[in-house]
Design a protein around this ligand. Structure first.
Ligand code: 13P
Length: 347
């Protein structure tokens, strides 16, 4: 294990004003997004779309890293440059999703366990050879009657620990993602309790499995009201609950908290990130982003598979990315939502 190599990767990923683009949708997930905009889910369309994102002018000032999918890490831009190389030339760190998705948990089939540990050591070596310097593994935790169970939390935490230890053995920085879903009618208090329990289990497991926290990043959900909860918590309430939950559970040795957006609107995710970064009180970790939907939704909507719309889609992508970058620094204001206003990039 070369700790310095990983610490360098962590430093790059948590650089001021920057964060991560999650572009690692599985074929099924990207297929659902493409269907919504009338695009066929083919390898070539997926390549065209990811190329559009990666080649967006000026995006390198905002993205510290990009998470790729197994197919994407092997694809090339029109000029033949492999995507990981294209990103590395822009000083954007290439990363890779290494989990194989969530399946029903045996003995508790209404809950989920993430698979993909078999052969992971060999796959990590392969991905590292292709240029990946960090990895992602997502555990899926649902709130409901009697859920999440301790069994589900412990099984997923153990799996995340196994994954993270294998990553560090290969000098790959692990992003550990225990996602408490926002689906359902649960309250923000229930989300707080589930998130606190998930993070508690996770950090105990990471310690047990000798994971070096300084060389790992956390990708948590924000603490939110369930999407169908009649009472929706406000922006300040979400920010306060999320930071309080993290303070209770996340050791100060963890360098960065890279939030997922989880199905929030781009505006909402931006507001929440901004509010957390303007809160008083101690925050020993960087609070940044590793968004998929909140970063990509405007670009997808503008693109809709049309080559003539590539420049407009890139503009929409860059605009949202600049707002999220401002929120990561606590400098976002709603007026910036109008294109061109105060969105002149990092200062
Ligand atoms: P969202 O930001 O769309 O939640 O995706 C982040 C991610 O990578 C989930 O694993």
């Amino acid at each position: 294990m070369n700790l310095n190599t990983m610490l360098e990767t962590v430093r790059a990923l948590t650089a001021p004003g920057k964060g991560i683009l999650a572009a690692d949708e599985s074929h099924g997930t990207i297929g659902r997004r493409f269907t919504a905009i009338g695009v066929d889910n083919t390898p070539e369309n997926r390549r065209q779309y990811r190329q559009l994102l990666f080649q967006t002018p000026d995006i390198a000032g905002i993205l510290s890293g990009v998470i790729l999918f197994d197919e994407t890490v092997r694809q090339r831009a029109d000029d033949g440059t492999p995507f990981p190389e294209l990103l590395a030339r822009l000083r954007i760190v290439p990363g890779i999703k290494v989990d194989a998705g969530a399946k029903p948990l045996a003995g508790a089939p209404e809950e989920m366990i993430t698979e993909g540990l078999d052969g992971l050591r060999e796959r990590l070596a392969d991905y590292r050879g292709l240029g990946a310097r960090f990895a992602k593994w997502r555990a899926v935790i649902a709130i409901g009657e009697g859920r999440p169970s301790t069994y589900c939390l412990a099984a997923n935490a153990h799996t995340l620990g196994r994954y993270a230890a294998l990553c560090q053995e290969a000098d790959v920085v692990p992003i550990v993602e225990p996602e408490v879903l926002m689906d359902g009618d649960h309250t923000i208090e229930q989300c707080f309790a589930a998130t606190e329990a998930a993070l508690d289990h996770l950090f105990r497991s990471l310690r047990d499995q000798h994971v070096v926290l300084e060389a790992a990043l956390l990708k948590p959900n924000m603490v939110l009201s369930g999407a169908k909860c009649p009472r929706q918590a406000g922006v300040e309430e979400v920010a306060e609950a999320t930071v309080r939950c993290l303070r209770r559970t996340v050791p100060a040795a963890v360098p960065g908290v890279m939030f997922l957006s989880g199905g929030q609107s781009p505006e909402r995710a931006t507001q929440h990130l901004n509010a957390m970064n303007t809160m008083p009180g101690p925050r020993p970790w960087v609070l940044s982003f590793s968004f998929a939907r909140a970063l990509q939704a405007p670009a997808m909507d503008a693109w809709r598979g049309s080559p003539a719309a590539v420049a407009a889609a890139q503009q929409a992508f860059l605009h949202r990315a600049r707002l999220i970058s401002a929120a990561r620094e606590g400098r976002y204001t709603p007026e910036m939502e109008q294109a061109g206003v105060g969105s002149g990039g990092r200062r």
